[in-house]
Design a protein around this ligand. Structure first.
Ligand SMILES: [Cu+2]
Length: 401
């Protein structure tokens, strides 16, 4: 039987195509990627990595053997015009053999797997507790009062944790199902509305550990990232002290340390207060200004901005609050130097003014969201601010250290 020439050409293309496709796929597996499960940076992730290595090697061996046998059979018995071979009905030796081998393999893997599941589910040996709330499209972290944390802390985007100890996250959601995953520190845990799910994290060394929401949660799912920032005990205590101190200034009129633009920004910020809280801010009558649920978004929340300038990213850790240089310095800092640099926060020379301005100009252009005007309020709407108002607001935001 003769084949058309085009089939030959296709056959010859097959191997190079497979190699190219394989290489492209493998490019996703760079060894030192920050979100790699093969480079654990803490105890829990290490347990998972230790567990996955053997089954992965075993699966690879099985896979190679199966494909080799398949290739051999396809080649050996390909159609050369020979008569159809006799039709057998099973071979009990092979059938029993493969069942036994599979059962033994699965049984062997089950023992350490079960042990690890129990170890990763432990919650009573964690010293610090943080409530983590997923919402479209950012994570809120609230630290309840506990040993070492004298007042509640509410922040977003960056989960700040002490190194070398178990931190227990209580993962929740305010709207749809999200999933919390910092691959270098542990496996993932879904954030399900109406449930509180425990997840333990532990980081060996100070530094930034990246993650992103891993459960499709709507329009800006891809822009819902998070970072775990680990600080050593002393730096963590300093961070807590900063976070539990209200941001100055809290009242523009009485605070003479504020420059004119920032004072104007303080006033302009009144329209932001219906969604964003700045702890310590009071109105003209001296009452605390809190985000008002009746004027708020559907999920009823926006990031707490009290210490915005202590973070290095914003809007779901998707955009940098630091200029590219300053951000790169922080990312590449040695574990010893990291803490002090992080605690500096956003200094005036390091502020990524362009992106922050762009955010205030039109947040929806930077991050697809469903503004309230569409009837499905979710995310931050375009507030149609004037350039002047944006300048003032940034001057004010810069005081929120
Ligand atoms: Cu999400």
């Amino acid at each position: 039987m003769t084949r058309p020439a085009s089939a030959h050409r296709l056959r010859r293309l097959g191997t190079p195509l497979a190699i190219v496709a394989g290489t492209v796929l493998m490019a996703g597996c760079a060894k030192n990627e920050t979100q790699s499960i093969f480079t654990p940076k803490g105890d829990n992730a290490r347990k998972i990595n230790d567990l996955q290595r053997f089954p992965m090697v075993a699966a690879c061996v099985v896979g190679v053997v199966v494909f080799a046998l398949l290739g051999f059979a396809v080649y050996k018995f390909k159609d050369r015009g020979q008569p159809i071979p006799g039709q057998g009905h099973g071979n009990s030796m092979i059938e029993i053999g493969t069942v036994v081998v599979s059962a033994v393999l699965l049984g062997v893997i089950a023992v350490p797997t079960t042990q690890t599941i129990f170890k990763l589910a432990k919650t009573n040996d964690c010293k610090t507790v943080v409530n983590v709330t997923g919402q479209r499209w950012w994570w809120e972290y609230s630290y309840p009062v506990q040993a070492g944390i004298p007042k509640p802390i509410v922040t977003s985007g960056e989960l700040v944790i002490p190194t070398g100890q178990c931190v227990l996250l209580r993962v929740m959601s305010r709207d749809v199902i999200h999933s919390y995953w910092i691959p270098a520190l542990n496996g993932k845990k879904d954030a399900v509305p109406g449930r509180v799910q425990p997840l333990r994290l532990e980081a060996d060394h100070p530094g930034i550990y990246d993650g992103q929401c891993t459960e499709f949660c709507g329009l800006s799912h891809a822009n819902m990232k998070m970072e775990a920032v680990a600080l050593d005990a002393a730096d963590f205590a300093t961070w807590v002290t900063k976070q539990t101190t209200d941001a100055a200034p809290t009242a523009a009129k009485v605070d003479t340390s504020m420059d004119k633009a920032a004072a104007d920004g303080f006033t302009t910020f009144s329209q932001c207060s219906r969604c964003h809280q700045v702890s310590g801010r009071v109105d003209a009558d001296g009452n605390p200004v809190i985000a008002r649920a009746d004027q708020n978004l559907v999920p009823g929340a926006a990031p707490n901005l009290t210490h915005l300038m202590s973070r290095s990213t914003f809007a779901g850790a998707t955009f940098d609050l630091l200029t590219p240089d300053c951000r790169a310095n922080l990312r590449t800092a040695s574990p010893e130097a990291f803490g002090a640099l992080y605690l500096k926060g956003v200094t005036p020379e390091c502020l990524n003014r362009d992106t922050l301005e762009a955010w205030l100009r039109d947040p929806v252009a930077l991050k697809p969201m469903m503004p309230a005007a569409t009837g499905l309020g979710q995310g931050m709407p375009n507030l149609k601010l004037s350039e002047n108002a944006i300048d003032q607001l940034i001057a004010y935001l810069e005081t929120l250290k």
